[in-house]
Design a protein around this ligand. Sequence first.
Ligand SMILES: [Zn+2]
Length: 334
Amino acid sequence: MGKGRDTLILGVDLGGTKILTAVSGAQGKMLSRDHSITPAREGPEAVVKSILESARRALSQARVAATDLAAVGVGAPGLSNPETGILFTSPHLPGWKDVPLRDIIERELSRRAFLINDADAAALGELYYGAGKGARNFIYITVSTGIGGGIVIDGEIYTGASGMAGELGHMVIEAEGPPCNCGNRGCWETLASGTALAAEARRRIKEGAATAILEYAGGELERVTAQAVQQAAQAGDKLAGELISRVAYYLGVGLANLVNIFNPELIVIGGGLSNMGDRLLEPAFREAERRAFAQASRAVRFARAELGRNSGVLGAIAYALEKIKAEKTGPVPS
Ligand SMILES: [Zn+2]
């Protein structure tokens, strides 16, 4: 109580498959952490119920009452407006349409709540507590089944005119490239994600390419994943190595675009595929350096994300902290 009392925030990282909630102080030290499955197929009501149950477990684990919280930060996938707190749609959450998620959480927990896109949350997490500490102009990208990202300009997340900015995975890299879930073609994530890597591996195997990749997928073509390709590459499989080089190449092409457009001081890469490490990232960074303007290339540093699975939940917490701080301070008089 009193002087040393920390500002407590509850963070929620809502994903298509998992819900992560945590209670943390302003320094990002988590007092508790609860992990559960998203009942995505059961629709919004069931998902909201699961969020609230997880939140209550995280609170009791931290021995904190909801009334002790300064605010709640929620990171969610899909298209949302941080100003209105409405989640419009999400490819990972079937049945969600214009759900006022922020207001629902506020009502149920009787605390101020803030909604942010999950990739933007992850960017803020790395900015406040991870690899991006101290950066003013930085880009976070997460490479896993797709590619997501967040853009920080002058120390603040850039959300664009209607909250849509930062759809980095849908930057077109090859105008007539593979079809994307978004309806366009040749998007970055159709060429440089884990899904892209697995799809290309399956295509080459079907064509009869000599490779041991199938052995790492239990002999079944449908079970070929990015991980199987990585394992085969580690064992010296030539095709697996080539496929990873190809993904690295496209990753580098996209990175070069980001370097030229934003002139960031730092690009942080997270997500499952980035765990491949140097085999993937080193050639990608070299490709980016080859293509980008030399002056912009010299200014940028590439780094691996540091927070792993906690980046989203910590970022949601950072966002809520930032918001309540701004409200207390009010607009800066000019
Ligand atoms: Zn797309």
